[in-house]
Write a protein that binds this ligand. Structure first.
Ligand SMILES: C=CC1=C(C)c2cc3[nH]c(cc4nc(cc5[nH]c(cc1n2)c(C)c5CCC(=O)O)C(CCC(=O)O)=C4C)c(C)c3C=C
Ligand code: FES
Ligand SMILES: [Fe+2]
Length: 428
């Protein structure tokens, strides 16, 4: 499906919007601060590119901003059957597990300063990317930043309501790009966020037949669903690794081991055919290629939850084993997440580096991408290429996992992959 624009309707509605929503709730441009990150002047007809405005929606899991939000965060997380399938007992077991887990996880967030920095970084990254995009792609400007989290505020439904209030959709059309902030695709992460976005799209804009054109003036969505080997992403990772390598004395540097660490997956998800492990490996290889394969390296997996089998080797075991063998110069590189979170600040910094590798100052961690200018430029390059391409998604969205039997996945993919995608139903 190529992208169809309804910019004229939207431009008119933005220019004539009235009455203005209550002050206080909104940023100075009339966009609610809870879902978006920028404060720009109101849009007028003259400023708008031929195809703009364009909503740029960053999708991610989110995290609790304070320890008081941990309970709600976990209860949404354990209610998500795309992440943690608990079968028909989900609505009973989910709240039970999340309530029991809350005190432990609250302590972890307290230890990293009282909350997850993911919202701060997501808003910053999206806002800065949109500023670059306005220069790089004036025809789709202005680019309006929004954040949609799966398990924390701003939630997907709040972002969607805000889009509608801001003049997109509801008969006025307009274009929005769902930009996953997971570089590597997993059905448990990006897949879950897209399922949620599709659900709220149907609830708030009405369900349409797949492939139908846009007669009702709903928002036209396209999706950036993965970018594991984008050269800009690779460059941003490589720069942070090089900065860390420079901290070692020159004579030791060439033997420093790079340990890439990604959030693990249950083996049931891996064996279903989830694309994430191979995409993470692709990122690792691209980064090592950019570094000229200057160091020995391994990929390991962290943060497994519960008693089932997860993809290994585990990061904490790996560090213990290498340190025991005398590899005491190690750089941990979080490779599957683009900002700091509990897994870097608590698990890697406090559990693995401070406890497991106690007494070995050569065990360090590369900075997360956070505010890296190279990373923000990469985001803008990825978005720019997508806006120019006219594609509704990558070709990978046209195929389901071998073992997928989720009707939700099927319908979501039909919607986001577009009308020419041949997405086959489950064979019973
Ligand atoms: C690419 C990153 C991630 C994948 C893949 C992923 C899969 C996955 N996660 C769980 C269960 C939990 N994850 C939790 C927290 C959490 N997960 C990620 C990233 C990925 N998860 C992050 C960045 C975070 C922390 C958020 C933050 O600090 O901001 C939690 C909650 C914490 C806890 O209770 O331990 C759970 C539970 C599963 C089951 C899964 C794959 C199916
Ligand atoms: S689980 Fe991967 S496409 Fe459904
Ligand atoms: Fe997780």
């Amino acid at each position: 499906m190529s992208i169809r624009h309804s910019a004229t309707h939207l431009t008119r509605s933005l220019a004539t919007r009235s009455p203005r929503p209550a002050a206080g709730l909104l940023g100075t441009n009339g966009f609610q601060k809870s879902c978006m990150a920028t404060v720009t002047p109101p849009v007028t007809q003259n400023e708008v590119g031929k195809q703009g405005p364009t909503a740029m929606v960053f999708m991610n899991m989110g995290g609790p901003s304070t320890t008081d939000e941990v309970g709600d965060f976990l209860s949404r997380l354990f209610a998500d059957g795309d992440l943690i399938p608990l079968g028909p007992l989900q609505s009973y077991l989910g709240p039970l597990i999340s309530r029991r887990r809350t005190p432990k996880i609250q302590k972890q967030y307290a230890a990293i300063g009282g909350g997850s920095p993911i919202r701060k970084w997501s808003e910053h990254q999206c806002e800065e990317m949109c500023k670059l995009l306005d220069e790089m792609s004036p025809e789709t400007a202005p680019h309006k930043p929004y954040v949609a989290f799966r398990y924390a505020n701003p939630l997907t439904e709040h972002m969607y309501e805000q889009l509608l209030k801001d003049g997109f959709g509801k008969g006025r059309g307009g274009r929005a790009v769902a930009f996953t902030q997971y570089p590597q695709y997993s059905c448990s992460t990006t897949g879950s966020s897209l399922n949620e976005l599709w659900k709220w799209r149907n609830r708030l804009e009405g369900k349409r037949a797949t492939g139908e054109t846009n007669p009702d003036g709903a928002i036209t969505w396209s999706v950036i669903d993965r970018w594991p080997t984008h050269p800009g992403l690779v460059e941003a990772f490589a720069q942070n690794i090089e900065a860390k390598l420079a901290e070692y004395p020159e004579e030791r540097r060439k033997d420093v081991v790079i340990l890439f660490s990604a959030h693990s997956l249950p083996m049931s998800v891996v064996n279903r055919g989830d694309p994430y492990p191979s995409e993470v490996a692709a990122t690792v290889h691209a980064v090592m290629h950019r570094l000229g394969h200057s160091q020995p390296y391994r990929l390991c997996w962290q943060s497994q939850v519960g008693p089932s089998a997860w993809l290994g080797a585990q990061t904490s075991d790996t560090v213990k084993q290498y340190v025991a063998r005398g590899h005491t110069d190690l750089i941990l590189v979080p490779i599957a997440f683009t900002s700091d979170h509990i897994e870097t600040l608590y698990e890697l910094d406090l559990e693995v580096i401070e406890e497991d590798a106690k007494g070995h100052p050569g065990v360090k961690r590369a900075e997360s991408l956070n505010g890296s200018p190279a990373f923000i430029k990469a985001l803008a390059d990825i978005a720019h290429a997508h806006l120019k391409s006219g594609e509704s998604s990558s070709r990978q969205m046209h195929l389901r996992c071998q073992g997928c039997n989720s009707e939700r996945c099927l319908e979501q993919k039909k919607f986001f992959a577009g009308e020419q995608a041949k997405i086959l139903p489950t064979v019973k």
